[in-house]
Design a protein around this ligand. Structure first.
Ligand SMILES: Nc1ncnc2c1ncn2[C@@H]1O[C@H](COP(=O)(O)OP(=O)(O)OP(=O)(O)O)[C@@H](O)[C@H]1O
Length: 255
């Protein structure tokens, strides 16, 4: 499994001064959460890590090799991204959508095999959308579409999963099921890196956190060292009450 590292990476946010350079090493088996207020640059970072946006400075390295010089097909075998906002450009069924995840593994003239279909079906099963396999994606609810997007990433089966707000639109049960699935993927050796707004999902499921502050500062490390109430209050500009439940801290906004 590959390691994704950033070498003094500075994300490019138009019209804004450069923030602190990021030196991250996203290792197999780790579950990273990115926390920060609206507009701080979480999506920009996810897109930069996926190689879809040029950084303002620094480099992105996959197993020590600059991603900028790698072929996209090879990058897509190692890295996959679930976008926060998706446009379903043309009418496609749920199964056809998930099958897009196999493209990095097929040559341009190669048809999908039965094995590829089985991989996609297993992913749809895991995300509880297999019963929708023949439905057109644009007819799905927001939560169903979100689960199809994660199933598509699972079908792609990259080493490093980048997810922008994966809990968007999901009900409580499906949020927990999704986080459990991500934890299982990490346990199997993949690396998970996700932007989250839910502090409590992050506190419960992430073993590493990156905090991005509005003034361009950032800090990162093991979750237990990052979940400091004063730092989180500064992060969101919001007073918090901290309680412990089920062995994990729970953060509640103070009134
Ligand atoms: N193409 C662009 N041109 C100008 N500004 C942009 C562009 N794309 C993003 N931005 C700005 O960059 C900043 C960071 O945006 P980004 O989407 O990365 O934030 P975020 O932390 O993911 O926010 P949210 O929590 O609201 O999803 C925002 O202020 C946004 O308006």
């Amino acid at each position: 499994m590959a390691v994704l590292a950033t070498d003094n990476l500075i994300i490019d946010i138009p019209g804004r001064e450069s923030g602190v350079p990021l030196n991250l090493s996203i290792q197999p088996g780790q579950v990273w959460g990115v926390l920060g207020p609206n507009g701080v640059g979480k999506t920009t970072l996810a897109h930069t890590l996926a190689g879809l946006r040029e950084p303002r400075g620094g480099r992105l390295l996959l197993d020590g090799e600059p991603v900028a010089t790698m072929r996209r097909r090879m990058v897509a075998r190692h890295l996959g991204l679930v976008f926060q906002d998706r446009q379903d450009g043309f009418p496609a069924t749920v199964l056809e959508t998930a099958m897009v995840g196999r493209h990095p593994w097929l040559s341009p003239w190669q048809m999908e095999s039965r094995e590829d279909v089985v991989i996609a079906e297993q992913a749809l099963e895991a995300l509880d959308v297999i019963h929708l396999r023949d439905r057109l994606v644009h007819t799905l609810s927001g939560g169903e579409r979100q689960r199809v997007a994660i199933a598509t990433l699972m079908t792609q089966a990259p080493d490093i999963w980048l997810l922008d707000e994966p809990s968007n639109h999901l009900d409580l049960h499906h949020q927990v099921a999704m986080m459990q699935l991500l934890a299982e993927q990490a346990h199997a050796g993949r690396a998970i890196f996700m932007c989250l707004h839910d502090l409590n999902l992050a506190a419960r499921w992430c073993d590493h956190l990156l905090l991005m502050f509005g003034d361009g500062q950032a800090c990162w490390g093991k979750a237990e060292t990052m979940l400091v109430p004063a730092a989180l209050e500064q992060l969101y500009g919001q007073k918090l009450v901290t309680v412990e439940a089920d062995g994990a801290p729970v953060f509640v906004p103070a009134r």
